[in-house]
Design a binder for this molecule. Structure first.
Ligand SMILES: [Zn+2]
Length: 117
């Protein structure tokens, strides 16, 4: 499940956190930022803020915060690589095939086998 170096950064740069979060939570624009009731704890007064410019979210009620990848991780209960894949697919980016890394592993395994015999 290893992803190529730099791919996670590409996904982060590509992903618009406002668009990602607004798929799950209804955001209200407040100045330069967006405000919503936090999806991670129950509240009546919105304290969940999305900073569009910084690409970050922060909840002042429960302390949850991070970037778009972190949001998907927390909201969908995914691991980091799964969240990256989910965001990449959403952005229409080509997700590196797992097979590509297995080819490399296979070469190493084959070499090891040759050394042993
Ligand atoms: Zn919260």
């Amino acid at each position: 499940m290893r992803l190529p170096q730099g791919f996670a950064d590409d996904v982060k740069n590509q992903g618009d956190i406002v668009r990602v979060v607004s798929d799950y939570v209804s955001l209200k624009k407040r100045g330069a930022n967006y405000l919503a009731c936090c999806p991670f704890h129950s509240e009546k007064t919105p304290s969940f803020t999305v900073h569009a410019g910084k690409g970050l979210f922060k909840c002042f009620g429960c302390g949850a915060g991070g970037d778009a990848v972190k949001f998907v991780e927390l909201y969908q209960k995914l691991s980091f690589p799964e969240a990256i894949r989910s965001l990449a697919q959403r952005a229409g980016m080509a997700v590196p095939a797992e097979r590509a890394t297995r080819v490399g592993d296979g070469v190493f395994g084959h070499d090891g086998h040759c050394v042993r015999s």
